[in-house]
Design a protein around this ligand. Sequence first.
Ligand code: NAD
Length: 297
Amino acid sequence: MIVGFIGLGTMGGPMAQNVMKKGHSLVVYDVVPASVQKLVAAGAKAATTPRDVAAQAEIVITMLPDAPDVERVALGPDGVVAGLKPGSLYVDMSTIDPATTRKVGAAVKAKGAAMVDSPVGKTADAAVAGTLTLMVGGDAADIARARPVLDCMGTDFFHCGELGTGQTMKLLNNLLAQTIGTANVETLVSGVKAGITLDTMLSVLKTTMAWNQQLAVAMTKRSLVGDFKPGFMVKLAHKDCRLALQMVDALGVRSPVTHATLKALDDGMNGGIANDDVGAMLKLREEEAGVKVRLAT
Ligand code: NAD
């Protein structure tokens, strides 16, 4: 297929590479020319605008930071919708709110095309390996058409329901993951400050109900060995929790614990680490507490 790919950052860059490696032709666009050049060097064709991408492709993918970016790229004067051909497919893989997805979906439908949302789970490493989790919303027939391209990027595929439900699932996933990560940081910093070694804490926690994937995988590989390069930036984690809590509040579900997670991330946004990996929340709390929580390397 001829695949259009817009948004070639930490995630979109390697995802686009994987689509091309599996034999599809790629037309790409990003506001950062160096990101476009990397894909062009690997065999992709550069387009001049999102509209130009859509005019050349059978399926258009976006992987952008936030909901206003998706609105601008999809609905702007030189946007994807302006260039979509009738019968073509638009797949947004960014993490945004389901209401924006449905708004864009209505504009796509009015052009005689179809939209699917497929935000992704796991990490930048999984984007490189092509092993992402895909949380997909839309009509089954449209999803079946998108599947050969989606399968180039992910291995764990879940059809969550109608358009927008992929985003609903993704926001809930990230709210929970971030809440667990925040609790891990506060617990480990408190433990070291109270005089218990990190080794002792991890050995004990491994045997109890407190053990979790964030501790077992993400923190052990990254923050606990002092690696705070993004990865998944604090500002993106903050955006996800903010959008998730807007949704939870609109549902009328009282959620004091997850609201506290967003407050913790506010500290990161105001503490000079917005562009660091979200694991840098550990560094912030360490500095406040005057301790270091590190695995022996
Ligand atoms: P990123 O900031 O590294 O990449 C975003 C890309 O979009 C950049 O290359 C940027 O130049 C481009 N862009 C921004 N505005 C644009 C516009 N108007 N037109 C064209 N290009 C534009 O972010 P990322 O880490 O790749 O994340 C992308 C999405 O995936 C986010 O919604 C994020 O929440 C989600 N996500 C990220 C991770 C992760 O580990 N990084 C994991 C799962 C999901």
